[in-house]
Design a protein around this ligand. Structure first.
Ligand SMILES: [Zn+2]
Ligand SMILES: [Zn+2]
Length: 951
């Protein structure tokens, strides 16, 4: 069975034996480790980024479970909002919002419901295959009636306590989806793109001064139609210049942007321009009693690198709206909610706002009101779902007042442990600059906002539960009502003030309000689970990729401050972004990354798990996905362990007990010291949520274990001396058992493979390694003197092997002597050196207090050569034994045919040793009657051999 097949077999083994359920249930209820699994949007197939998140959120719950905590894990799905709506619109081929009304909100919403869990099965497969343990089938969904009811409860509580207000604000708005988007939604998924547009400088003629023009620069010509003012900086110097027969006004420090010949007529402070009126570029039909088309003071905002020091003000910008408010200017919305021109030149009415740009450009040019136009590259936001360019729009919307709780958010941020630590600062900045939270969306598929408004007296009523609705509704309301808008909109309330009908407002909630309510809504708190909640809030751990810092983490924090004045989670692990092989965002259309399933099929889940967990992703830095690296890890980690395990399987033992890790052998003591150091360090690092450092320690340990400990202990495992052999086997079993437990959270598969192998030998006795407790290190088993001396030994061996390499003498050729200087080690270690570098004699030269030096006698005498040949023979014959799958228990007779004098002589001289090393009773130099003969070469001479197994 291949390694990959073994992984797959284990998934079934865990399921058949309910290991996950047992691992949770066996831990006491009053010692919980609470974990929120941030729900993914149920709209697509799992990608590498999701896998990273799946693994991070598996490693720590496993670890804390082994530490004795009860860690319940339940999957969740984000089912609402634009992501799912836009998928459905595409499927239904709906291009505009009013097509949804034509189709019917009910039908549209039910279609969304039917599509939500479309990919759930694919997710389940990936979750299982990656070895992630979670209650998957019993998942919570943000579209559950119970979930939505908690969201109602929360909204009503916040409304009653005065944190909610309705207001007009300038928000990013998608004219295709016809809904505002929050700042965090836009900054989350690289919504900004660099685009080239025409920037223009328009001429505004002063009313009192014909032929004199104020120059104003803009990158959005379509907004000029709705211009209401021009802003200058009153303290800066401006100039009036003469160009041909016209006069132009701009800020003095931008005068070098004038390319024509000019003459300065006058220099003056911007203050002089204030309140001057100018001719609007366009006539519009929107009537306003407010006065516009005049010069105002815009303060420092006016002094940007671009432009003319004179800013054109329309409704479509944050600063603009601030000015409109401050100077009480007319509110002109000349673009309608579909993004089409609603006011301005008659011929253009109905044009898509972006198409208006070109019209304006041409028109101003024809009317000699265009001073200049040029290509301009800038970063512009697009809708993260439908890719439509966004506009700022002044909208009526519902908000949570963030400014009111900002000091509490900032203060309590100090109680959150961010991993890595530096995210805390970043998060602080996010809070400091956070605007009020727009929680209403003019959409369909989400929890309906529970606000009813009287059609007569405009009285407002907020409902906080299905029961409350039942008590107040005119119509019959069933228990457990579905709170989507197409259902709730049919329910009316009688106005308590005037007795007329109250209708629900049309808005639904921002789906982030739902995600942020997860700690309560997933448990239907406070309608259920009140006691559970008291003991299990805040949670111990959450994890997500970096973009969620300003999204899910932030929104959860806001809501928990509003509800309980407390943080919602104590520890947060923030991942970086996985990038495609070309260093850009992973994209299906670019094909810049390998299919995750293909990686898992090739290298297994554990290799991918440890690749991700060892990377800088765990320090919130981005990583370019490299298949080659997964492959390396598979070799460096999985294969090394598998080979150790194979070696272990071939050792003949009946039964080993490993109650004690004590052994007099220094190699044993050394690896036991290393292991206990490892336990100490790994525990500390896991407590600090630092998996990349944990992985580094594991890589080092496994290399030391397999390429130093096992390699230099090989002969002991075959020894006839019972004590020598049993101490080696005991130690090896002890190390394997401990490694299996230590690796369990990180690489649950290979850890279980090792454990089950040990179980067969009676060394461990639980059903699964994942039911074990975490290890305690034993200080007494860390022998610092052994570690020090072995350090020197390894240094000596490394140098000696380099010397051999330089002299081109292979290690299996025994040499006479190595002379060491500047070393202080005991005889036991000298034996290890002799064996590792294959010399007869290790001499310690007497040059005290000097630096380490190694001198290798590289002369090969005839007798050394004979020994070398004998060793070569042993090596080939042992390979032959391996191919026959023999264990050290199997005794053999060896049949040989040798046609070379030297090889024959080597055999003769070292026959006893050879027999010993290959567990042979007899060596017979005769191959007649034998079939399936093995051939190999020694010093280019052919040797033929046949092994007859005796037991
Ligand atoms: Zn959109
Ligand atoms: Zn009323």
């Amino acid at each position: 069975m291949s390694y990959i097949e073994k992984e797959i077999e284990l998934i079934q083994f865990w399921k058949d034996n309910n290991i996950f359920e047992k691992s949770v249930e066996q831990r006491p209820k009053n010692n919980s480790y609470v974990f929120y699994d941030g729900p993914p949007f149920a709209t697509g197939l799992p990608q590498h980024g999701n896998i990273l998140s799946i693994v991070t959120k598996d490693v720590f719950p496993r670890y804390w479970t082994m530490k004795g905590h009860r860690c319940e894990r339940r999957w969740g799905w984000d089912c609402h909002g634009l992501p799912i709506e836009s998928v459905c619109e595409k499927t239904l081929n709906l291009k505009q919002k009013n097509e949804i009304y034509e189709m019917g909100v009910e039908e549209f919403n039910e279609f969304c419901r039917s599509k939500v869990l479309w990919y759930a099965n694919e997710w389940k497969k990936t979750v299982d295959r990656m070895g992630k343990w979670i209650e998957f089938d019993n998942s919570y969904k943000t579209m559950d009636n119970t979930y939505m009811e908690t969201v109602w409860y929360i909204f009503k509580k916040l409304y009653t306590e005065g944190f909610i207000y309705k207001g007009k604000k300038v928000l990013f708005y998608c004219p295709r989806c016809e809904t505002p988007l929050s700042n965090s939604e836009i900054s989350m998924d690289n919504s900004y793109k660099d685009i080239t547009e025409q920037s223009i400088t328009a001429k505004f003629e002063l009313k009192e001064d014909p032929k004199t023009f104020l120059l104003a620069w803009t990158t959005t010509p379509w907004t000029l139609i709705g211009n209401v003012a021009l802003a200058v900086n009153s303290k800066q110097a401006y100039v009036k210049i003469k160009v041909d027969s016209e006069y132009l006004i701009l800020i003095k420090n931008k005068i070098d942007t004038i390319k024509e010949e000019y003459e300065i007529i006058k220099e003056f402070k911007g203050k002089e321009l204030l309140n001057k009126e100018y001719e609007p570029l366009y006539q519009i039909s929107t009537k306003s009693s407010k006065k516009g088309h005049l010069v105002i003071d815009g303060g420092d905002e006016v002094l940007s690198d671009e432009g003319t020091g004179i800013i054109h003000i329309a409704l479509y910008g944050e600063f603009d709206y601030e000015m409109i408010d401050k100077y009480d200017l007319p509110l002109i919305q000349h673009i309608d909610e579909h993004g089409e021109l609603a006011d301005g030149p008659k011929d253009w009415i109905g044009l898509w706002f972006k198409d208006v740009d070109e019209k304006v450009l041409e028109d101003l040019h024809n009317r000699n009101l265009l001073y200049n136009s040029e290509d301009y590259i800038h970063s512009y936001p697009f809708c993260y779902r439908c890719d439509t360019p966004l506009i700022y729009n002044a909208l009526d919307a519902w908000f949570i007042n963030i400014q009111q709780i900002k000091p509490r958010l900032l203060k309590t941020n100090k109680n959150i442990n961010w991993y890595p630590k530096e995210i805390s600062k970043r998060y602080q900045k996010i809070i400091e600059t956070a605007p009020d939270w727009c929680i209403s969306r003019n959409r369909f598929w989400a929890t309906a906002m529970p606000i009813w408004e009287c059609e007569n007296c405009k009285e407002v009523r907020v409902i906080g539960s299905v029961k409350e609705l039942q008590e107040n509704a005119i119509e019959e309301v069933p228990d457990g009502l579905d709170l989507h808008r197409h259902i709730v909109d049919k329910i009316h309330i009688k106005c308590p003030s005037c007795g007329k009908i109250m209708n629900r407002i049309s808005e639904v909630f921002d789906c982030w309000l739902e995600s942020g309510s997860m700690p309560y809504a997933a448990k239907h708190y406070p309608f259920e689970n009140i006691e559970w909640f008291q003991h299990n809030f805040p949670s111990d751990f959450v994890s997500e990729y970096i973009a969620q810092v300003r999204a899910w983490f932030y929104y959860m924090h806001v809501i928990s401050i509003l509800l309980f004045d407390d943080i919602p989670f104590k520890n947060v692990v923030v991942n970086g972004n996985l990038l495609g092989e070309d260093g850009t965002k992973m994209s299906k259309s670019k094909g810049n990354y390998p299919d995750p399933n293909h990686i898992i099929e090739k290298y297994g889940a554990d290799a991918l798990r440890i690749y991700l967990m060892s990377s800088q992703l765990m320090r919130a830095q981005d990583l370019i996905f490299k298949e080659e690296k997964v492959k390396q890890i598979y070799r460096r980690f999985n294969l090394l362990l598998i080979n150790v395990l194979k070696f272990y399987s071939l050792i003949d033992i009946d039964k080993v007990t490993i109650n004690t890790a004590h052994s007099d052998n220094i190699l044993d003591r050394w690896i036991v010291s290393l292991l206990n150091t490892l336990i100490r360090e790994v525990t500390q690092l896991m407590n600090d949520y630092d998996t990349s450092e944990v992985c580094r320690l594991f890589f080092n340990f496994i290399e030391d274990f397999s390429t130093w400990y096992i390699k230099n202990s090989r002969n002991r495992f075959k020894s006839y001396k019972i004590n020598e052999k049993s101490s080696a086997i005991k130690t090896l079993s002890y190390i394997l058992k401990n490694i299996s437990i230590l690796l369990a959270p990180l690489t649950p598969f290979i850890s279980e493979i090792i454990y089950q192998k040990l179980k067969k030998r009676g060394i461990v006795d639980l059903k699964s390694v994942h039911l074990e407790f975490w290890l305690e290190f034993d200080e007494r088993l860390i022998d610092s003197e052994v570690l020090r001396q072995m350090g020197i030994v390894r240094e000596v061996v490394k140098k000696s092997l380099e010397l051999r390499d330089n002299a081109k003498i292979p290690v299996r050729q025994i040499l006479n002597e190595v002379t060491l200087r500047g070393v202080n080690i005991t005889d036991d270690y000298i034996d290890i050196i002799a064996e590792a570098i294959n010399v007869k004699e290790v001499t310690i030269g007497n040059r005290e207090d000097s630096e380490l030096s190694v001198e290798l006698d590289t002369k090969i005498t005839p007798s050394l050569r004979m020994e070398g040949i004998a060793r070569n023979l042993i090596r080939h014959l042992n390979n032959y034994r391996k191919q026959l799958n023999l264990s050290t228990k199997n005794r053999i007779d060896l049949y040989l045919k040798i046609n070379d004098k030297d090889i024959s002589e080597a055999l003769q001289r070292h026959e006893r040793k050879i027999k010993n090393m290959i567990q042979a009773d007899n060596i017979i130099q005769n191959l007649e009657t034998k079939q399936d003969i093995k051939k190999f070469k020694i010093e280019n001479k052919v040797v033929e051999a046949y092994i007859e197994v005796k037991n």
